[in-house]
Design a protein around this ligand. Structure first.
Ligand code: TXA
Ligand code: MG
Length: 364
């Protein structure tokens, strides 16, 4: 299969792919997603296949507006609508109770046409989306092309990030092509992603609400709407053997380039000096540093990439995955990366970097 690159002139073709049960690379404001009709179990199953994603890791659904919530969720707290009012369309995913299915609907799902690419089953969420959980992640994306596709296909779109499982998420159509070429019919090119890290995930099925993954909507903003928010332990540290994360995806090695990463945290100037001191001057060592410290590494033999200015965490979020992917095109055997502190969207950048580093973190 040759993977086509589509643009805004091909929206009808793109929406048809979704309606026919195919897979489509979709731009969102956070990262590119690997999308399929979220109500078609056969289509959704093929997402897992293309990504090599473990079956126990549920997908989130991308919807047009908060008006679609009641079709698929129940016991929706008032807080969900207040969050939607303030942050949707935008980089926020809410975990809500999945609507209970009637015995007739379940039977129709079970006996539906499983070998057909086109789905005539009931308009309910199949278990393969939720990995059998009784909750579901709902997100209303802001990217105009993504919104057009949802509107034209008239279905919630199930989409994980469009990377091969374990790799850094794609923030350009080109990144997605690297991972999915030959595996999916098409990728819709909507330009580079504005946020650059995946959506914030807030679980509204518990009290107080719990932040499962930091992203473009920062904890302080959530607290303005929700009051107290608990940050899930999996956000800031590696879970122990017996600990089960609330977002199943948080337990997997993730965002990782091929070479091992050491994340260097603390004062940026001391961090850069630390890296310079420990850097081997061979081409096997790569560096990802804040812009202002590039001159420190002019002598380095390996690749040196900028994460953006130390004070501009939004720019760091936009650049991180591209930098990690760029390292994979070199033959480095070790990557030193400066890590921002946890304020603002820095929490999301640090979370992704720490996971890429397998929590191999040096505090300076
Ligand atoms: O920005 C984003 O959210 C991107 C774009 C494409 O929308 N999507 C994305 O999907 O990052 P994915 O599948 O790569 O990450 C979704 C995370 C996973 O860690 C998954 O385990 C978690 O959400 N998740 C999904 N459903 C859940 C549920 N019902 N309860 C708890 N966690 C859930
Ligand atoms: Mg992902």
């Amino acid at each position: 299969m040759k993977t086509e690159l589509l643009n805004f002139n091909h929206l009808i073709r793109a929406a048809e792919i979704i309606q026919e049960g195919g897979l489509l690379g979709i731009p969102t404001e956070t990262v590119y997603g690997l999308g399929a009709d979220g109500l078609n179990p056969v289509a959704v199953r093929s997402i897992f296949q293309a990504k090599g994603r473990p079956q126990d890791n549920p997908l989130i659904l991308h919807i047009w507006s908060a008006n679609w919530l009641e079709r698929y969720c129940e016991d929706i707290p008032d807080a969900a609508y207040r969050l939607a009012e303030r942050f949707w369309p935008g980089p926020l995913t809410m975990i809500l109770k999945c609507k209970k299915r009637t015995p007739q609907e379940l039977e129709a799902l079970r006996t539906g046409p499983v070998c057909s690419r086109t789905h005539f089953g009931p308009r309910i969420i199949p278990d393969v989306v939720t990995a059998g959980l009784d909750t579901v992640g709902m997100r209303c994306p802001a990217h105009p092309l993504c919104r057009m596709i949802i509107q034209m296909a008239q279905t919630p779109i199930a989409a994980p990030s469009g990377n091969t499982s374990g790799r850094p998420s794609p923030t350009t159509a080109q990144h997605m092509l690297e991972d999915m070429d030959g595996k999916i019919p098409a990728i819709l090119d909507g330009g580079p992603c504005e946020v650059g890290v995946e959506s914030t995930i807030i679980d509204l099925t518990c009290t107080p609400p719990r932040l499962l993954r930091p992203g473009g909507v920062i904890p302080e903003q959530l607290e303005e709407v929700l009051g107290r928010v608990k940050v899930d332990p999996a956000v800031t540290r590696q879970l122990g053997k017996g600990e089960k994360p609330r977002a199943p995806g948080m337990k997997y090695r993730h965002y990782a380039p091929k070479a091992p990463v050491t994340a260097v945290k603390g004062d940026p100037e001391r961090g850069a000096a630390y890296i310079r001191e420990h850097l081997s001057h061979t081409r096997w060592d790569g560096v990802i540093c804040f812009e202002e410290f590039l001159p420190l590494f002019v002598q380095a033999a390996g690749p040196v990439l900028s994460l953006g200015p130390a004070a501009d965490q939004a720019e760091q979020a936009r650049r991180l995955f591209d930098a990690l992917r760029a390292m994979d095109t070199t033959d480095v055997k070790h990557i030193w990366a400066q890590c921002p502190n946890d304020s603002g969207i820095g929490l999301a950048v640090a979370n992704r970097l720490n996971k890429a580093a397998g929590f191999h973190i040096v505090e300076v």
